[in-house]
Every structure is written in C-alpha cells, then in structure tokens.
Design a protein. Sequence first.
Length: 292
Amino acid sequence: MAAAAVSRVLVLSAAVFALQACEPGTGPFAAKPPAGTEATAASTARATKGAGGDVEAPEVFQITDTALWDGRPSLGGVWVASPDTKDPERVIMRNPANGKFVVGALFKREVENPGPKLQISSDAADALGLLAGQPAKISVTALRRKEVAEAPTAAAAPAAAGAIDAGGVETKPLDGGAEPATKGKTKASKKAAETAAVATAALAAAAKPAAAKPAAPAPASSSGGRPIQIGFFSVETNAQRAADKLAKAGIAAEVRSESTKGKPYWSVVARGDAALLAKIKAAGFADAYLLK
C-alpha cells in the first residue's frame, strides 16, 4: 500500500511541475524574489554553563604553610585540613619544591595538635611527593567552576505572512499583494493548485505508517536530595574502590572524571539528605559533606 501511494505521489508531483511550467513567473527557472522579502529573527540571548574546568579563587581561600602527613593511611582520597577554613571547599594543592600539584578537598582542622598548621591525607602526600613524618611547605588555593558564555543561537525564522504549512508545500502571496494582470486564475493554475492539494494529502498518508515512534522517556532517577561530596582521588582505581565500598553498604555513588590545568582527578559523589550523609560517614568516610 505504501509503495502504491508513493508511486501516485510521484505521478502527481510530475503533473504539478508540468502545470506550473505553463504559468508565467513559476517553475524551477523562475526568478527569485528580491532579498529581504522573507521575515527572519535571531535570538541575542546568551547563557552560561559550567565548562567542566576550574579557575583559582584565592579570594575564597588561599594559604601557603607547612603541611604534614603523619604516615597513617587515610580515607576520603586527597584532602587537606586547616584551622583557617569554615566550610569544605574544592582546592588545588601545590608543592613548590618539585612543581607537583593535585586537586582535593579542604576541611576544617578541628583538633589543634603540635606541629605544622596543615594536615594532609596519604593520597595528597603521595601526589605531592611528601614523605611520612617529614613536614614540607605547600600552597592551597580554592577552586571555582569556570563559567563560559555560549554563542548566541539563531531562533527559527517565522513563516512569511500568508504562508501555510501543508506537508512541506508553502504558498506565498504575490510581491506587494498586487492583483494579477488577468482576472481570476487560469485553468492551468487552478489545476496546479488542485493537484498540489491531492499530492500533499497523498504524501501525508504515505508518511504516516513510516513515522518514527517517539523515543521512550528515560527512567527517572531514583535518587534525590542534595549532592554529597565523598572524596577526591588522584588515582581512578582508588575512587572506584571507594564507590564499591559504599555500594556494599547499600549506598549508590558516582565516580566522576574531571581535570584541572590538564591534570586528571576523580571525585566520588552521592545524592541524598542528612540521613544518607550520616550513613556514608558510618561507612568510614567521615569527611563527606553536603554540597551547597
């Protein structure tokens, strides 16, 4: 049936072109209308979005001081603790002695112990080239997501005045709305209009069975609430190990691959409320925190 309908459409379309060729000012070789007769519009709205990178924000937090890893393995990946901060932050840590750097989390150091001001995790010490029990000077600077402006996108041009959507067939008024030289339509033009209408209907009927079915909506995420930052890792396998440990405790966590200044790192993030945060802490990730 579809093949027969398409054959009829082809025959009718050929008849339309033949009839249109008989009319003055029509057909494939007719002169194009002067420029500027079609209405167009462009949107000048601009939007911003996260570019997936980071920029340093020393106005939020910045310190250069002595740090120490006490030699014990620590959970939570890459982090540094300082008594000078209040809220957890994403930071970049640098070792000026060897040029190494790593992205991690900044936490408030609750307990004031004798010794260096900054305390770092085993993963942070490994990434920066620090040895256990040997203090070294590092710099710590807060990071913020980089925002970039999208190029303005052009809006779809509205249909010209008098145009109608009829399965891809568009009719336009004559330039300036002037009356034709001869009264009424010629028999050829009437026949062309009738044939075009029949061809349009046939095209629509033939296209219906072949129309693609709309894609099924993606299943809604079962998780809700605020993002929970569990840890930053300079080694992907360590991040995956943390996610697997959480999964065994019945907590779904996502490993995200990110980078700063061309250096990759992996963050482990879950989503939930304060009750889930307490469950994550109980699973051994005491430094997890709710993101704003």
